[in-house]
Unconditional design. Structure first.
Length: 113
């Protein structure tokens, strides 16, 4: 499974590993800012897209909005993973599949699939 994370502060692979996920089973790419987000999504073609809300220069909400209104193929699973549950709820309302506080990311069932 290919995982693309837009997160500017925390190493997602390290967070998953610390949470007991065997990250070696996945191809994980992390972008530390949201510049040219759609280009990265198109190039990497992730199965899972992880979006932090507070991402410079564009929020996760904006990246998701841009993705959904573009011709870029939507990843199978889009996860809103802000530290702010309200921001996750807003991304789920927009079209994300699930919202979770980023520190609980390793608890998602998708890692065991």
């Amino acid at each position: 499974m290919r995982v693309l994370a837009f997160e500017d502060h925390y190493d997602i692979e390290a967070m998953l590993t610390a949470g007991g996920v065997d990250a070696e089973r996945f191809v994980i790419e992390q972008r530390w800012n949201s510049s040219e987000a759609l280009d990265h999504i198109l190039r990497f073609r992730p199965d899972v897209l992880l979006l932090d809300h507070y991402m410079p220069p564009h929020s996760g909400h904006q990246v998701l909005s841009d993705l959904l209104s573009s011709d870029v193929p939507r990843p199978t699973t889009v996860v809103a993973m802000s530290s702010d549950p309200g921001k996750n709820d807003a991304m789920v309302a927009l079209g994300a599949d699930v919202g979770i506080v980023k520190f609980d990311l390793a608890s998602l069932d998708l890692w065991s699939a």
